[in-house]
Design a protein. Sequence first.
Length: 297
Amino acid sequence: MAQRWVATGPSSFELEPWQAPPPAPGEVTIDVRAAGVNPADVKHPQRASSFPVPVGYEVAGVVSAVGTDAPFSVGEEVLAFRVSGGWASAVTVPARDVFAKPATLSFPQAANLLLAGCTAAEMLHVVGAAAGETVLVHGASGAVGVSVLQQAAELGVQVVGTASPGRFDVVRRYGGSPVAHGDGLRSRLAPWAVAAALDCVGTEEAVSTSLALVADRSRIVTIAAAPRAEADGFRAIAGAMPASQAYRDAVRPALVALAAAGRLEVPVARTFPLADAPAAIDLIRSGHPGGKLALVP
């Protein structure tokens, strides 16, 4: 039986029977082989005004039906972002949000490429990161941080990234220089002339260090500390903001092309059967998933 997960409340989820509707013109139906699991999937139902709410923003799978005017064929391997209700056996989505799956990526990797990748791309874009500069990334070993590291290398930008010592190898693997967060962070950053700061974690330490090191507040961006950004005059971005959505939608083809060329990797820590989504949710909520997670119907 086809199924999908929905949020039945701000922090409650339920697996329900589900049949994806047939594709209308300009749409395709995808048999889901993997669905990405992101913090946003768990957090966004907390803002909903009514329930149930479909869960899941990105998937990878195989096209099973094609509406008229959709440039895909049944049997093609694809990924899709941004979708609604991706934690499912199948989804029907606009073809404009569907891309050929790079052969370099497994289905779980492809299902985790674009949400983190588009966020990372926008962070680098809004601070104007340029070749030859050094940027500071708070949370460099996380999903968005790892994509920032790889995309910065493409731009010729050096990254110094905060991480726990146990994750230093991840930062180094993707070309960054790791530093431990915690007491004395500012002094450990002294050897670098930091031109911009990208905050993926939203801690007081991340914000205060960024403000201390980067005088031009237009070159500080956060995805996790919007109230501080408003109070202190630096930039906060989020996928629901019109400017962020427009940029992220526009950059998707370039990121897919980078992955297809083998220049953008997606580390996946674990996969879970679709029915085991609560275990994936618990791991995301722990704040230490160790990499990307995917649900596999």
